[in-house]
Design a protein around this ligand. Structure first.
Ligand code: GLN
Length: 484
């Protein structure tokens, strides 16, 4: 039998329920492996001894009705955890201990989850490789010196390396789906408004969503069920009837119509990605679904639109880090000097770049030309999807234009880094749900993902499509434990 840490969430839950494993045993197994895996740099904060205490408490009085009975889970360090340091990967929050809990993590603890630790991420979730973190880059367990994707790179690495049975990330322009694709794991960005943003360190508020990152689709459905909830504390949270995603999961997708958008065939896309996409189309046909060619004509404008809207919102959200209320403070000769020094020393290069772009596109004289224009284009991108969904139930695309790249390969070239988000950002701009599933390996043996995009609030359909494809693809990750 495989060791505990290799099992899926669903398998661990069954074993805990049948009393084959105790929560303490499971928690210790993940801690032991995490201790041996420090080289990956996946954790910013470990919560190991409290996790064992919580597991023991669970075992003394187990509640098997819960969806995550005594399951240890490490989470992205962008979720505020009451009394436990939350850094967002930034020096400016290096000493920040929240006095409240994010709703999403609260939902996990309420269902029996136990906090294992806080996982590394790009600073304020800005990045595609986890290289902008103040706490250093994270290694992809797939191969030494490969990035794990970003911004949820600590999450994807910890999951793929079996340091946590499942995890959660946040996705503003691809930060769940791209790292999932780079590590051979499953990542879902829910419809905007499904998971509460309360207590998540804000990057770009009209785009940010939390979501599950898991080893398979079933686990993804279970975790989504736990974290998705209506929350009065988030004014953009939406009160709709949520499915029991895991019990309603089916691999029957006969008759479903799946769109293939011609605009996603971008110039210079590697043949391997094109082939993977074709393979995905064949799998879908094998499952009895129908393939339909569609057009999303404004796709080309998605990346420039995102890189105006996201920095604009970020520059506003990050104005609160001034050294006064919380976080790092640098001494200054007067108030203005203190602000300047705090922000110059506290923020990293990428965050400063975004703040400068954001304040520029919002400044008088440029607001109409950039920000307002971008908002209008965003509506056109949304309308493209609305039109497509009159004829199809979901859309299939590659998740990323490449497999995991080398640490340092793109860090000096922001534009080539931003290009990594080309297939994921339209989904955030339109507020739609999207899932990335591992679909194959490239010539180096690195994983490649396919993305399924759904109608608003129709997570069930994309989970079902992913579930049936997963069965056909039968993906096996190629991990050697090189770091141990
Ligand atoms: N890579 C994108 C960016 O840097 C998306 C990040 C995210 O989704 N948080 O903005």
């Amino acid at each position: 039998m495989s060791s505990i840490t290799e099992l899926s969430l669903n398998e661990i839950v069954s074993n805990i329920k049948s009393k084959k494993f105790s929560s303490t045993e499971v928690t210790k197994a993940f801690i032991e492996r995490s201790e041996k895996s420090k080289k990956l740099n996946a954790y910013v904060t470990e919560n190991f001894s409290s996790a064992i205490d919580c597991a023991k408490k669970f075992d003394e009085k187990p509640n098997y009705e819960l969806k995550l009975p005594g399951i240890p889970i490490a989470v992205k360090d962008l979720f505020c955890t009451n009394g436990i340091k939350t850094t967002a990967g930034s020096k400016i929050l290096n000493n920040f201990i929240p006095a409240y809990e994010s709703t999403v993590t609260q939902n996990i603890w309420q269902q029996g989850g136990i906090l294992l630790g806080k996982l590394n991420c790009d600073e304020f979730a800005m990045g595609s490789s986890n290289e902008t973190s103040f706490f250093g880059n994270v290694h992809n367990p797939i191969g030494e010196n490969l990035v794990p994707g970003g911004s949820s790179g600590g999450s994807s690495a910890a999951l793929a390396a079996n340091l946590t049975p499942v995890t959660i990330g946040t996705d503003t322009g691809g930060s769940i789906r791209q790292p999932a694709s780079f590590t051979g794991t499953v990542g879902l960005k829910p419809t905007y408004g499904s998971c509460s943003r309360y207590g998540i360190v804000a990057f770009a508020s009209s785009l940010d969503q939390a979501g599950p990152m898991t080893k398979n689709v079933k686990d993804c459905a279970i975790l989504l069920e736990v974290i998705s909830s209506f929350d009065k504390k988030d004014s953009t949270s939406i009160d709709f009837k949520r499915n029991n995603y895991s019990s309603e999961l089916t691999n029957n997708i006969k008759g479903k119509k799946i769109g293939i958008p011609k605009e996603y065939r971008v110039d210079g896309m590697p043949q391997e990605i094109e082939n993977l996409w074709k393979k995905g189309i064949e799998f879908i046909k094998d499952c009895g679904a129908e393939i339909i060619d569609i057009s999303l004509p404004h796709t080309n404008y998605a990346l420039p639109t995102y890189y105006i809207v996201a920095p604009a919102e970020a520059s506003s959200n990050l104005a609160r880090y001034d050294g006064v209320k919380y976080g790092f403070r640098s001494a200054g000769e007067n108030l203005i000097d203190m602000y300047e020094k705090t922000r110059s020393e506290g923020f990293g290069e990428e965050v400063k770049r975004r703040i400068m772009i954001g304040t520029y596109v919002l400044s008088s004289g440029y607001y109409d030309a950039y920000y307002l224009k971008a908002q209008k284009v965003r509506q056109l991108i949304k309308k493209d999807f609305d039109d497509a969904y009159k004829i199809v139930d979901a859309i299939l695309t590659p998740s990323t234009p490449s497999s995991a790249f080398k640490i340092g390969e793109k860090s000096d070239d922001p534009v080539s880094m931003y290009l990594n988000d080309i297939f994921t950002v339209p989904v955030n701009l339109a507020g739609l749900p999207g899932i990335s599933i591992p679909a194959g390996l490239d010539k180096n043996g690195y994983p490649l993902g396919l993305q399924i995009i759904g109608k608003p609030f129709d997570e069930q359909t994309i989970l079902n499509i992913a579930y049936s494809m997963e069965e056909k693809i039968n993906f096996k990750n190629n991990i050697s434990d090189w770091w141990i």
